[in-house]
Design a protein around this ligand. Structure first.
Ligand code: IVH
Length: 784
């Protein structure tokens, strides 16, 4: 096949995939296959530059930057729409339509004779016009003032779902289509994240992002923005396309133009209203933002009959949804203190309704965000409540800043306890060096002496996924702290009946219940206990990893950061957080008190085999992060010198036998430092102390009694929560699955067990009732 034929074939194939993907929403090949075809085309075109045509799928990359956009006069003006905000407005529109068409009023009509409307979402982007001549895209223009717009041809060509040439046949020689260029919510988030990362400008909403991206003089920038197009009508055409609006759009779709998948017919205004409510309910779930829906009289003959009033068609209307953005004023900025002491600025706002909900506060996240937004007290700001997301301050309206606006400063003392507030340091560790920079977060250094941190710490400690102490809510925690009855989580265990019964909302029964619940929490699994401590960056999963891998609190407390990084999913930063937490004197005191209060941790004792087997001496060398020494270098060192002592003692000549000059010198320099030697020995000693052996052989989790087994819990357990049962099983090495299969090893069935039990019996699986299960656990040293 000639290169030219192959190029044509590849383009046809890519066009077809694009059409299936963007217009029909039915991807036909995996992305990788598409990329392969695309790259093949690019390569062929590079070899044969004379065969490159403007409609090739490779030509969406943008061209040379313009000095200014040319003007384009619209042959048919681009009009705007009248708005309906209330149902009554829409009914009024319907009445005008029936009157204008000389039909009997709606209530005199049979259903079947009602006016046929098209319903479409009103996308929140910018209107553009695309001109196709002989099926080729020749021009793209903005709406401008409706009569004259700007020539953005190079930019629209970069939008992936704008066809560069039409498909099929039968299109008019000249076809101007109109539609909205917009950015999906996901595209917007991605773009903003990338902009923020690069220190660039972020956009307040997808609409602004779409506008800013489309009106770039440098189309190469547009090419990298996630813009999309949706067609909602035609402008000038050399021949009619169809006799109704919906048929027109369906025809455009067949020619390869993307139209809305929400396009529907409605017979009469009541059905239009039903469409409005249906889309309104799904608004948050749609992948793009809409500000309403658009209803149009479907018959083009009727549209002509109705005509226009001023600059609005009498045959169409936009029915708007409540706005997601509003203007309001920043009355004050207050600072809240969280569990880890982070001091977070919160804007107190003049209450304003946004999309039906009254908003009077918005988080400002941190001081960097305040600086980015340049928020002052007294400013008028744009508040946005997208979907179910908490309200955000998007932008300051600088024109409206009053002369007495006040800059926001971080307090130097904690607003709750008066302790100093310090800026966090970001420590970046690489190549054996730690570089410190300023973080965005400020912290109150008061820890548990700060009532705000203490309250949050206790609320976290008693929460369901932590120590699961029932019968104590946020209100009671506040009271206990405010009355000085509790100064650390350990004080929970010394609370007396008299102290509790004196609290608001507590009577005899509830007080005893709380005391029982506190007592019952004294046999937690190690993982729960670690999670409950509230170590920064240690969630449930990390707590489980620590407990499972290290097996005892003593080891977790003593673990060096470099040793912690041997564990799955623990990076150096988190490792340092954990280490620092256990190093801090006041944390050690609280832990000691907790253990003294009768706490009995269900430790798993055995070190997880996966951890024990994962250490090698070369791995240890790697952890030291010696400059220029990678994994291969570490392997070579160990192979040549055998032990840590030998490596530390080696002179330049020995080292150069194992490594090339640069890394050899780096190793020597590194170990000339006494501190580094100590560190290496300490890591080695700890690894060995934790029961590790230098090994190259791979061991599995065989150490544990239920390793390799899958268990299923079903029905309700009465003497133990399901979470606990699951933890026990996992502690013994089992996997706990949600459904029964022939691979299931055992099913624990409490009262009320249903189909899973039936299936287990059908498959002849081992089934334990709750008593048997508890007996089984007891046999493995696990109490209830
Ligand atoms: S029809 C003569 N349909 O809303 C009718 N407009 O307020 C022209 N828009 O400038 C517009 N989705 O940017 C129409 N499905 C839709 C629309 C839509 C969004 C925008 C468009 C237009 C503005 C009119």
């Amino acid at each position: 096949m000639t290169a030219e034929n192959r190029i044509h074939q590849l383009r046809a194939e890519l066009d077809q995939h694009n059409y299936r993907y963007y217009v029909l929403d039915e991807p036909s090949v995996p992305d990788a296959e598409y990329d392969r075809l695309f790259n093949a085309l690019k390569a062929l075109e590079a070899e044969n530059p004379h065969l490159v045509t403007p409609d090739s799928p490779t030509q969406r990359v943008g061209g040379t930057a313009l000095a200014a956009f040319d003007q384009v006069r619209h042959a048919v003006p681009m009009l705007s729409l009248g708005n309906a905000f209330e149902e009554a407005d829409l009914r009024e529109f319907g009445r005008r339509v029936t009157e204008g068409l000389d039909l009997p009023s709606a209530d005199l009509l049979d259903d079947g004779a009602a006016v046929d409307y098209s319903c479409e979402p009103k996308l929140d982007g910018l209107a553009v016009s695309l001109l196709y001549r002989d099926g080729q895209l020749v021009q793209g223009a903005t709406r401008g003032d409706g009569t004259t717009g700007e020539d953005i041809s190079t930019n629209v060509r970069t939008i992936r779902n704008v066809p560069l040439k039409l498909q099929g046949s039968g299109w008019p020689d000249e076809l101007e289509v109109r539609g909205e260029v917009f950015m999906s919510k996901a595209g917007f988030e991605r773009l903003n994240a990338a902009q923020a990362e690069a220190g660039g400008k972020t956009f307040a909403n997808p609409r602004n992002a779409a506008a800013g991206s489309l009106r770039q003089l440098d189309s190469k920038i547009t090419a990298n923005r996630p813009l999309e197009f949706c067609c909602y009508g035609v402008g000038q055409t050399s021949a009619p396309v169809a006799s109704s609006h919906i048929d027109t759009l369906e025809q455009l779709k067949a020619w390869g133009l993307p139209i809305s998948r929400e396009l529907r017919h409605a017979a009469g205004i009541e059905e239009c209203l039903a469409y409005y409510h249906d889309i309104g309910e799904r608004r948050n779930a749609l992948p793009y933002e809409i500000d309403g829906v658009v209803f149009k009289v479907n018959s083009l003959a009727s549209q002509r009959e109705l005509g226009f009033r001023a600059r609005e068609p009498r045959w169409a209307i936009a029915h708007k949804f409540p706005a997601m953005e509003e203007l309001t004023e920043v009355l004050d900025v207050e600072f809240q203190v969280g569990r880890t002491g982070a001091v977070t600025p919160v804007a107190r706002l003049r209450p304003v309704k946004v999309a039906g909900v009254t908003v009077s506060n918005a988080t400002l996240h941190n001081m960097d965000e305040i600086a980015r937004l340049d928020v002052h007290v007294g400013d008028t700001v744009i508040i946005r409540r997208a979907g179910d997301v908490i309200p955000q301050v998007m932008q300051v309206v600088l024109d409206r800043r009053p002369t007495d606006a006040r800059a926001v400063l971080i307090p130097s003392q904690c607003p709750v306890c008066g302790s100093p507030v310090e800026r966090t340091q970001l420590v970046k560790r690489s190549k054996g060096k730690a570089t410190v920079s300023e973080g965005a977060v400020y912290r109150c250094v008061g820890r548990l002496s700060c009532a705000a941190q203490l309250k949050q710490a206790i609320i976290h400690y008693v929460s369901r996924r932590a120590m699961d102490i029932d019968g104590i809510g946020e209100k009671s925690v506040e009271q206990l702290v405010d009355e000085g009855l509790i100064r650390s989580p350990a004080d929970l265990y010394t609370l007396t009946y008299e102290q509790i019964v004196g609290l608001e909302g507590f009577a005899d029964v509830s007080s005893n219940k709380l005391l029982d619940a506190i007592k019952a929490s004294q046999r937690p699994t190690l993982a729960r206990f670690i999670y409950a401590l509230g170590i920064p960056d240690v969630g449930e999963e990390t707590a489980k990893v620590l407990a499972r891998s290290l097996g005892s609190l003593a080891r977790v407390q003593a673990a060096l950061p470099q040793v912690l990084t041997y564990l799955p999913d623990i990076g150096l930063e988190v490792a340092h957080e954990i280490h620092n937490f256990f190093e801090a004197e006041h944390n050690r005191e609280v832990i000691a008190q907790l253990l003294d209060s009768g706490m009995h941790l269900q430790e798993e004792g055995e070190l997880a085999a996966e951890f024990a087997a994962s250490t090698t001496l070369a791995g240890l060398i790697g952890k030291l992060d010696i400059p220029s020494v990678g994994p291969t270098g570490a392997d070579k060192l160990v192979a040549k010198l055998g032990s840590l002592e030998a490596i530390i003692a080696a002179d330049g000549i020995d080292l150069r036998q194992a490594l090339s000059a640069k890394p050899a010198d780096a190793v020597r320099t590194f170990f000339q430092s006494e501190e580094n030697q100590q560190l290496a020995y300490a890591i080695e000693a700890q690894l060995l102390d934790f029961g590790m052996h230098w090994s190259s052989e791979k061991k599995t989790a065989e150490g544990l009694p239920l390793a390799g087994q899958t268990w299923v819990l079903t029905g309700s357990l009465e003497r133990m929560s399901r979470d606990i049962a699951k933890e026990h099983l996992e502690g013994l090495g089992a996997k706990v699955a949600g459904s029964v299969s022939s691979k299931t090893h055992c099913v624990v069935a409490g009262p009320g067990a249903g189909s899973k039990l039936t299936k287990a019996n059908e498959l002849g699986l081992k089934v334990l009732d709750e008593d048997q299960f508890i007996g089984f656990l007891a046999g493995h040293g696990m109490g209830v």
